[in-house]
Design a binder for this molecule. Sequence first.
Ligand SMILES: [Zn+2]
Length: 225
Amino acid sequence: MQKRAQDELLHFARVFFVFTLCSVAHTSDTVEGLWRDYAAIFRDFDDLTLARWLAQTLSQLHGRLWRMSHPLVASYHLAAMVGHDRQIWHQRLIGSPPDYPMTNCCRAPLLPMVTREVLECGLICVHCNGSAVDSNDIPDKGLAENLSGWAEEYAAIHGVAHWDEERKLNHSNYEQAFEDAAQKSEQMLSKLGSEMAPPLLEFFPAVIWDDQDECLQVRPEDIVL
Ligand SMILES: [Zn+2]
């Protein structure tokens, strides 16, 4: 597996497995190993079967806004990574689903993910984890500005999880600051899912939004819409 796909798998595994399925901390090796096992079903598919599975699932994802933690999205994400490794969409084994335009990043069907990194990375491609849509290219300028403003505000809250030791020690009560940041994160992610992301559906065939913050220990079930 390529390094980038491996990093992505590990990030994804941490987020999805640690927070969704299990409350006990695991080492990254065991988590990565488990997700490698999960992805094995897609690696066992031949190219044509994998291309068909991806296309079929894309048509089921069409027209809706999805939480990243949704099991169907998680499955698609795993399959998409295997597909990207094998350059499935370049092979043109089957036609791309007609409702999905092709991305510039990896020439896969466009299925964007909106995350807290929208300001720096734009909308992320579910297939290659690159930038599918630059933040300057989001079709509605008002919407793009709202998303940028949201991301800036979110970055300051998220940053509390990454304060250095000195800053933590200088704060009168870091635990409380962390807890406050986590609560604010829940509210802001809820806003992302209920207000900021839905208008994107006007421009894209389906949209995934990131419904957790592993650094602030905010889990998908904490985000109420
Ligand atoms: Zn891509």
